[in-house]
Design a protein around this ligand. Structure first.
Ligand SMILES: [Zn+2]
Length: 319
């Protein structure tokens, strides 16, 4: 293991990263705009500048990067990334090699997988050998750790927990399928439920005014506040989120008998409004023994989960 590595988490809006030692301590952190919506070349320029700035005065040769999308981590290729303009089968590692010099080792991984590794290495799942992380954000991300190793699957696509089917005839998902967990428990899902509810003009809810002209990522917080002040319609949305999460969790527990499920992401800030329902739904559906064995907890690292997971991979990646 190298003494220090850089862990980076690329988001649709921000590019965040840190210098991390082998014990998982963050020594220095930085955040800039990713400008991913302006295309891959802009993002690469920002990324290269970021790496130079954060490693200034340090000898750092190993970098881990978490990216939202389908990643071929063996080949260092971004296969698909809906949040980055004009990207398909993009050879990120070789492009960065050319920009930064080939003495730099770069590991890339899906951002949800990085977050799972981060929580397992330094966060809520520090004490367990098997865990699943569910990230409730604009979409739903997932990462699976089995026997202390990230399970990436035969072609690197494992852990797409957001796209397990909850309701076969349910709402359409961004992936093209119907009734995925992501269509019932993400910020996108909450926005859909709000819109559909408001189509009934007789429905009385404070959301009619408070959700006008707001960004998608702000909607869960507004629905959370409305539910906390007793708005019935908002409470019913969190009820649906809880049921869907419970159905998904039951399948995961039955399938993998993991020790822990860690839930993170912005939508999970409404924890108290959906978790009891999720528990009771999961208990109803899963086998008793694996359900009792699996603890369910909140992620403890917040935005640092992805950074630390990427740093862990960078530490592992070097001799
Ligand atoms: Zn889907």
């Amino acid at each position: 293991m190298a003494d220090k590595v850089i862990g980076i988490d690329i988001g649709g809006t921000n590019l965040r990263g840190a210098l991390v030692d082998r014990e998982g301590n963050i020594l220095k952190r930085m955040k800039i705009l990713s400008e991913a919506d302006q295309g891959i070349n802009k993002l690469i320029d920002n990324l290269a500048g970021f790496i130079k700035d954060i490693s200034e005065g340090e000898s750092v040769y190993d970098i881990g990067i978490g990216i939202p999308g389908i990643i071929d981590s063996k080949e260092g290729i971004i296969t698909e990334a809906p949040n980055i303009l004009n990207v398909s089968d993009y050879p990120l590692r070789s492009v960065l090699d050319k920009k930064l010099g080939s003495d730099i080792n770069i590991v890339i991984e899906n951002d949800a997988n990085s977050a799972a590794l981060g929580e397992w290495w330094m966060g809520a799942a520090k004490e367990v050998n098997s865990m699943i992380m569910i990230t409730m954000g604009t979409g739903i991300g997932g990462g699976i750790i089995l026997d202390d190793k990230l399970w990436t699957g035969a072609s690197g696509m494992a852990g797409e927990i957001g796209h397990i089917t909850i309701y076969p005839d349910g709402a359409k998902c961004n992936c093209g399928n119907y009734g995925c967990l992501e269509s019932y428990a993400s910020a996108t899902a909450i926005r859909r439920m709000v819109h559909e509810g408001l189509e009934d003009e007789s429905l009385s809810t404070s959301l009619r005014e408070s959700t006008k002209n707001v960004e998608i990522e702000d909607i869960p917080l507004i629905v959370m506040e409305a539910a906390s002040s007793g708005d019935e319609f908002s409470l019913s949305i969190w009820h649906q989120v809880g049921v869907a999460m419970g159905i998904g969790i039951a399948s995961l527990v039955n399938l993998l008998n993991i020790e822990m499920i860690v839930i993170g992401g912005g939508v999970s800030n409404a924890w108290d409004l959906f978790i009891d329902r999720a528990y009771s739904e999961a208990r109803k559906r899963a086998f008793r023994a694996p359900m009792e064995r699996a603890s369910i907890g909140r992620g403890s690292l917040k935005d640092d989960a992805g950074i630390l997971g990427a740093a862990y991979l960078a530490h592992q990646g070097c001799k």
